[in-house]
Ligand binder design. Structure first.
Ligand SMILES: [Zn+2]
Length: 330
């Protein structure tokens, strides 16, 4: 944000009358009805904003705070200037009429909604960007996580004014802000893909002059164990399946280099059976596509079967008389 004193070309301790007089002088020069230069309108808008801010005590204080200006020297001068103005008061009728005309001209300008108000000086806070790493399991199941964010808050010593006791605040080094660690709880939905972003509204940097706070933008990074093999330009993944999934067929969720996906295992699948999954392997430069992923089924026996499970398997063994090894003896 620009320094409003520089825009109006006045000293930082200017009083209201000086501000008004500088403003009027500049309006006469840059009002779009008078000045036809293309850039004049831009300048005119700036002049209006500067005047709106400096003629309002609270807005002026906020502005001064932002620019590290100490306002203390201003008050004494006020009285002197009041007297000066008294002396300047017009005496003749024509002078009075001229002033009246000019005042209505300025009133008209100030009421003109086309020109921006001090609200445009609102400074919205910046977004804070951060990366959160999660495991493949967390990505599949979703997770609620507490994360630490380096946040900024107004300095407690100078209350964001940048100055304390007449000199640069020692607590914040004159920035008016203090970094604090803030714990924020975020909910990561299930089946989240690496690189997806989660926005937490209002948890970014604080806005100024009533501006909105920024957002917290979290980029999710899924850290996968190196479970893939890469051979001949394709990715390969060995996938354990249970004996019943192998026999009955199943729909199972597996990780791929492109994120989790669900595949169908057909009935009577054997260990070593291969399944091709298109566009899920190695990223192909330029095309934005991926190589295929080869899934190799591997039947795994349950390692902690319950007594009940063993009983059922025994029943199945008795039922199933098929010789799966007969080919070895042919
Ligand atoms: Zn401070």
């Amino acid at each position: 944000m620009e320094n409003c004193y520089k825009i109006l070309n006045i000293p930082e301790n200017a009083n209201l009358e000086e501000i008004k007089s500088a403003y009027k002088k500049l309006v006469r020069k840059y009002h779009p009805d008078i000045n036809k230069d293309e850039r004049a309108e831009e300048t005119f808008k700036k002049i209006n904003m500067a005047f709106e801010i400096l003629s309002d005590d609270i807005k002026r204080l906020q502005h001064d705070t932002l620019h590290g200006i100490i306002a203390s020297a201003r008050n004494d001068k006020k009285e002197e200037n009041k007297e000066e103005i008294k002396e300047e008061k017009p005496k003749t009728k024509t002078q009075k009429e001229e002033i009246k005309k000019e005042e209505s001209f300025f009133e008209k300008i100030l009421k003109n909604k086309k020109y921006k108000k001090a609200e445009d000086f609102k400074v919205n806070g910046e977004n804070i960007n951060t990366i959160v790493e999660i495991t493949g399991k967390e990505a599949t199941q979703g997770i609620t996580k507490k994360i630490n964010i380096l946040h900024s808050e107004p300095c407690p010593k100078c209350e964001g004014r940048k100055f304390a006791n007449g000199s640069k605040c020692t607590n914040c080094g004159g920035t008016g802000e203090k970094s604090i660690h803030k714990k924020i709880t975020i909910t990561i939905p299930k089946n989240v893909k690496s690189g997806s972003k989660i926005k937490v509204k209002g948890e970014g940097k604080l806005g100024k002059f009533g501006g909105k706070s920024g957002d917290l933008i979290i980029t999710i990074k899924v850290i996968q164990k190196n479970i893939f093999k890469y051979e001949g330009g394709v990715a390969i993944l060995e996938v354990p399946i249970t004996p019943y999934e192998a026999l009955l067929g199943a729909s199972i969720t597996i990780p791929t280099p492109a994120g989790n996906t669900t595949i169908k295992i057909p009935p009577q699948t054997n260990s070593g059976d291969k399944f091709k999954i298109l566009n899920s392997g190695i990223p192909q430069t330029g095309s934005g596509k991926r190589s295929e992923l080869i899934v190799i089924a591997k039947i795994c026996s349950p390692q902690k079967p319950s007594i009940e499970t063993i009983k059922k398997y025994k029943e199945l063994q008795e039922l199933d008389t098929e010789d799966v090894r007969k080919e070895l003896f042919e």
